[in-house]
Design a protein. Structure first.
Length: 732
């Protein structure tokens, strides 16, 4: 690019445009590189999207970029194309999209290959008698021992193993026992796994057919692996990944939740002999940069991550896998909104490589894409090996004789008791964290609500806290009612998993019970410990939220009990029935995955509901046909298009004013309808009043352009925000 040219830069700001800058006096920026630029009163890190010969402004009025941060492009042409696509399709400012694809350290302007300080032992240090040093300076002796054992160790690694090492370092340096040096950090690639490798089982005929079908395809193709729970989808992944790694090509595996990664990673380690690199919210900034860089450089061949990993740059992509593709967790709802599964398909198309989207309960969108011949369906109709699908029964809770505060029916308690007596394991599912979703005073009726959200506080009795699950606000559980000051009048209303655990322990005091939720599995390490305890039969009964439904394989688990199957059916969500069916079918699939047959008991007040009837009859396709007909008749997705507009402000009147202005200039076109404005179901979130409008259009309507024209007609004050959610999944 000529030094006389104009740089068009994407800056992390809520503005839907690029900004023009002159080339800096020193260094030359090219598309894909980062530059430091003056922006208002601050200096910002931006990404050069393109060069231009001219600008709408006179060149003399343009500011110059102050610094080129990358001597070679950080992003490839394919990466830049994806950034533009996400910005255009999801109607989001391009600078914020570019920023979302980078690790935090790169957004801050840090180097891609940072210089890291290391500590190493001198010859004198290596020959020092540690026992003698330990008597005089035990902390120095400990640090020297760590450094000698490691040969050399980085400062960040020392921070993890010896948090108070820095003072001891000064003493060792003064004595000439250690020295500091600097080197470029090139960690982050796939290391060899420190586990004994295993050979896999022989594939069954359905798996061999599926593998052959996928391998015969050249270039881009979307393969829907539609396999019942326990059908061996992961075995197909392993064979395909091994082939790609042997050819030096990269594989990206996307999973919906961090809790799914430990068991999957362990299988990859044992079968492939390498450590997959991980990308998820539990990584610190340095770890995230290392993984991102290793993927970009091609030293990481196998990357496993949650939805944001869809943006990681790949030097030589060979295969993309989306596991549990139906999961709504793949939809990013905050910040830059996007669907990880759909963007993975776009990435595969750009890279001209195959993609697998897999599920035991494929989404309606995916099924319709198969019907339209956009995707290829590969069916695994039976469980792998000797395992069979579990028997599913419904328990009509209208006929149950439960006392107040009880939630487990007699048939379910009896089944748990006999399962434990047989030396087998049980799982209870309730998609509600904490002890109770509402706490109130039985004297005056006071309800504990979040001060910043229109939501009740959930009691977490084990921690003795009341918490908002939307903004994170917490307060201790009081002894007195804050309204009437009465003591011992606070009661918990409704069950959460903690309350179910309390009831189980009350009836089965000798049972070994554990809870699996996002509260107990905050890190991969915590997840691995809990999963290991289940696998080693150290737990009789596992109680969990939707995390227990996702891909776990527990061979000795033979009973699944669903506490409240009706919970997800309320709320008016167009996907409520589909989601409820999917999560209940998935959690049912945890039972009987080995030689021992499984059993599922579903507690419901609506046994005649199509979801419950389909589960009991094992009629997935019949249920999905009903859903398809209902969506098609109403022109709802995937047979129509939706775009949500969420207006928010700390001032209720401002939110109402902006929402009203948008409604008054709503598109008046054939096949397009705008609903609202109306207060959002979550009308107050983090102190901001929220109003929603919903645009509903025919399937072939180009809604991106329509949205741009519509929203450009309203001037939004700085005290308000307008967020667009294309193809919304949440209607809160």
């Amino acid at each position: 690019m000529s030094t006389d040219g104009i740089l068009r830069v994407a800056i992390n700001a809520p503005l839907s445009r690029l900004f023009d800058y002159r080339m800096p006096e020193s260094g030359e920026a090219v598309p894909g590189s980062r530059v430091e630029v003056p922006f208002g009163r601050r200096t910002q890190t931006g990404v050069v999207l393109e060069g231009a010969e001219g600008s709408e402004l006179p060149v003399s009025k343009l500011k110059s970029a102050t610094k080129v941060l990358d001597m070679e492009p950080l992003f490839s042409a394919a990466d830049l194309w994806l950034i533009r696509f996400v910005s255009d399709y999801y109607h989001h400012p391009i600078g914020e999209v570019a920023a979302a694809t980078m690790p935090a350290l790169l957004r801050q302007g840090k180097a891609l290959d940072p210089v890291v300080q290391y500590l190493s032992a001198t010859a004198t240090g290596k020959n020092t008698e540690l026992d003698a040093l330990r008597k005089k300076a035990p902390k120095q002796a400990k640090l020297l021992e760590v450094v000698v054992d490691a040969d050399s160790i980085s400062f960040p690694e020392l921070d993890q193993v010896l948090p108070d090492w820095r003072r001891a370092r000064k003493g060792l340096v003064d004595k000439g026992l250690v020295e500091t040096y600097e080197a470029i950090d090139n960690d982050g690639g796939n290391a060899l796994a420190n586990v004994e490798q295993e050979s896999g089982p022989d594939l069954n005929p359905d798996q061999r057919t599926a593998l052959k079908c996928i391998r015969e395809q050249a270039g881009f193709a979307v393969n829907v692996v539609d396999g019942v729970t326990g059908s061996g989808k992961t075995e197909i992944y392993l064979h395909l990944i091994a082939s790609e790694l042997a050819e030096g090509r990269q594989v990206l595996v996307l999973v919906p939740e961090i809790g799914l990664t430990p068991q999957l990673v362990r299988r990859f380690q044992r079968r492939l002999g390498i450590e997959p690199v991980l990308l998820h919210s539990g990584l610190n900034d340095t770890e995230r940069l290392q993984t991102w860089r290793a993927a970009r450089n091609g030293t990481a061949l196998l990357i496993v991550g949650t939805r944001s990993a869809v943006f990681v740059p790949l030097k030589n992509p060979g295969l993309i896998i989306v596991d549990e593709e139906h999961e709504s967790a793949f939809k990013q709802e905050d910040g830059v909104t996007y669907h990880g599964r759909d963007m993975a398909v776009v990435r595969a198309r750009i890279a001209a490589c195959p993609i697998i989207v897999a599920s035991a309960t494929p989404s309606l969108e995916t099924r319709v894409n198969v019907e339209r011949a956009r995707y290829k369906s590969i069916v695994l109709p039976e469980r792998f090996g000797l395992a069979v699908l579990p028997a599913i029964e419904t328990i009509d809770m209208r006929a149950s004789d439960l006392r107040a505060g009880q939630f487990l029916s007699a048939p379910l308690i009896s089944a748990i008791t006999s399962t434990i007596a047989e030396g087998e394991q049980s799982l209870l599912f309730l998609n509600r964290r904490g002890y109770a979703p509402l706490t109130l005073c039985r004297t005056c009726g006071h309800r504990f609500a979040c001060p910043s959200c229109s939501a009740w506080l959930t009691e977490h009795r084990f921690r003795k806290r009341l918490q908002c699950h939307h903004c994170g606000y917490e307060e201790p559980v009081p002894v007195n009612c804050p309204s009437c000051d009465n003591i011992d009048t606070l009661v918990a209303c409704g069950p959460g998993v903690e309350r179910i655990a309390e009831e189980v322990i009350g009836q089965l005091p000798d049972a070994r019970v554990e809870i699996m939720t996002s509260d107990t599995m905050r890190s991969p390490e915590a997840a691995l410990r809990l999963i290991g305890a289940v696998e080693n039969n150290e737990i009789d009964l596992l109680i969990g939220t939707q995390m227990v439904a996702k891909g776990h394989h527990f061979p000795n688990l033979t009973l699944v009990g669903i506490i409240d199957a009706d919970l997800g059916l309320a709320g008016g969500d167009l996907r409520a029935a589909e989601r409820t069916y999917q999560v209940l079918q998935q959690v049912s699939g945890r039972a009987g995955r080995a030689e021992r047959p499984g059993r599922v008991l579903i507690q419901t007040f609506q046994p005649e509901h199509p979801v419950m009837r389909a589960l009991a009859a094992g009629d997935r396709d019949g249920f999905m046909a009903l859903e398809t007909d209902a969506r098609r008749a109403g022109a709802w997705p995937p047979f129509g298009r939706l775009a949500a507009v969420i207006v928010s402000s700390r001032d209720r009147d401002v939110a109402d004013g902006v929402a009203g202005a948008l409604a008054r200039c709503a598109p008046d076109e054939r096949g397009v309808r705008v609903l609202g404005p109306a207060p959002a179901p979550l009308a107050l979130l983090r102190g901001r009043h929220r109003r929603r409008l919903l645009l509903k259009a025919e399937h072939d309507t180009p809604i991106q352009g329509l949205m741009r024209r519509w929203l450009s007609q309203v001037k939004v004050p700085s005290s308000a925000r307008v967020r667009v959610d294309i193809d919304p999944y949440s209607f809160l």
